[in-house]
Design a protein around this ligand. Structure first.
Ligand code: NAD
Ligand code: MG
Length: 387
């Protein structure tokens, strides 16, 4: 059998490194064609020496000479900058692109990969949040499959296997609740980034970890689910499940609910996306019911964790609203990580930005670019004023 040739955008991150573990464990099934990273040149070099891709991209241009000289004795082409990302994904020798970079930066490379006919294993949820309608339309036009890597969406996708004829009544996305579950607004006012970065169940990149603490991650996932599964906002429920064992659920029109379960380990959804529809044998630790005598479920607290309510609002508003909240959130999370704003100000900043940026009902790609730029500029200015 021919190996499936994979490009990993963001190979040095949490998802990227776990994807390489999956590939390393299955060398007869996968090969690595492209690796890319923004700043972590040392790890990118190490990965390239080990996995021997045909091409690598270092986003941060000042690191280009360093990467080039480290790899000069190997048959690996080295490129730099954001523009290289959009050309490497088009190579004939790629079968699938794993989008494992963080944030809005994922949008353009994903568009180019789809237009080049590459199947997508989608971890970069921001792409669908910003421009879900555009992306799903392009995927249809170019007959490209988008396989979810996000654990909740992978769970839904797994539950839908064999159900092509059966409409979804609703889906239920589970949320761990993050490190601040159960806290009220007064106690959240003074939480630090160190506290916010301690996720109870998952080890992830900084941005998604803060998004999990604010519940924005779940909000982004609600929007991601709308586009992946063609649902309305009233068909997407969120329930807090602190043990992160039930990864999400689908309810069908007869009332039956299917759930996908297991210990929290991103390697499972990663390999399911890379090798769909076959399941790969794994040695991941197995879930044992006896170790978890109580799996618990509770309502999310939308008054305290306003970002989830804001995301539902943006989803219902449609147009460029989700692009606005994504941009404002990226700026706000960055400012929180630099101690420029407090935890509760993240939602304030997003709401202020959403009320300020012009609404566009049917955005084109250039409308998204403009919306993203304007929302970022406005949110950054608000932070300057506050500082
Ligand atoms: P991370 O911060 O650990 O890694 C991000 C990767 O993207 C790194 O390789 C980095 O070099 C690269 N990168 C950063 N900025 C970039 C830019 N401007 N242009 C190009 N590349 C850039 O992040 P992560 O936790 O691996 O998350 C990656 C994506 O996967 C995010 O969209 C996140 O929401 C999603 N996701 C992550 C998890 C998880 O468990 N980590 C789970 C579900 C979804
Ligand atoms: Mg998730």
């Amino acid at each position: 059998m021919n190996q499936k040739r994979i490009a990993i955008l963001g190979s040095t991150g949490s998802i990227g490194t776990q994807a390489l573990e999956v590939i390393e464990a299955n060398p007869e099934i996968f090969s690595v064609e492209v690796l890319t990273a923004q700043d972590n040149a040392a790890l990118l070099i190490e990965q390239a020496q080990k996995f021997r891709p045909k091409e690598v991209v270092i986003g941060n241009e000042t690191l280009f000479d360093h990467v080039t000289s480290a790899l000069e004795n190997l048959p690996i082409k080295v490129y730099k900058g954001a523009s290289a990302l959009i050309s490497v994904v088009e190579s004939d020798s790629i079968d699938m692109v794993l989008t494992a970079m963080v944030g809005y930066a994922g949008l353009l490379p994903t568009i180019h990969a789809i237009k080049a006919g590459k199947d997508i294993a989608l971890a970069n949820k921001e792409t669908l949040v910003v421009a879900g309608e555009l992306i799903m339309g392009l995927a249809k036009e170019h007959q490209v499959n988008i396989y979810p890597v996000d654990s909740e969406h992978s769970a839904i996708f797994q539950c839908l296997t064999g159900e092509a004829e059966n409409p979804i009544e609703k889906i239920i996305l589970t949320a761990s609740g993050g490190p601040f579950r159960g806290k009220d607004r007064a106690s959240l006012a003074s939480v630090t980034k160190e506290q916010a970065l301690k996720h109870p169940n998952w080890s992830m990149g900084a941005k998604i970890t803060i998004d999990s603490a604010t519940l924005m991650n779940k909000g982004l996932e609600v929007i991601e689910a709308k586009w992946l599964f063609g649902l309305n906002s009233n068909q997407i429920d969120v329930i807090v499940h602190p043990q992160s064992i039930v990864h999400s659920l689908v309810q069908f029109e007869d009332g039956s609910i299917k759930a996908q379960m297991g210990l929290p380990d991103m390697k499972l959804p990663i390999q399911y996306a890379l090798h769909y529809p076959q399941r790969l044998k794994s040695s991941f630790p197995r879930f044992n019911f006896i170790d978890y005598p109580s799996l618990t479920f509770e309502k999310p607290d939308l008054e305290t964790f306003r970002n989830l309510a804001i995301a539902y609002h943006a989803l219902e508003k449609g147009g460029n609203a989700a692009c606005v909240i994504n941009a404002a959130n990226e700026v706000a999370v960055d400012a929180f990580l630099k101690d420029k704003i407090g935890f509760l100000e993240i939602s304030d900043l997003i709401l202020d930005t959403l009320s300020k940026i012009n609404y566009v009902q049917n955005p084109t790609y250039s409308d998204y670019v403009q919306t993203n730029e304007e929302a970022r500029r406005f949110a950054s200015e608000l932070i300057q004023v506050k500082a």
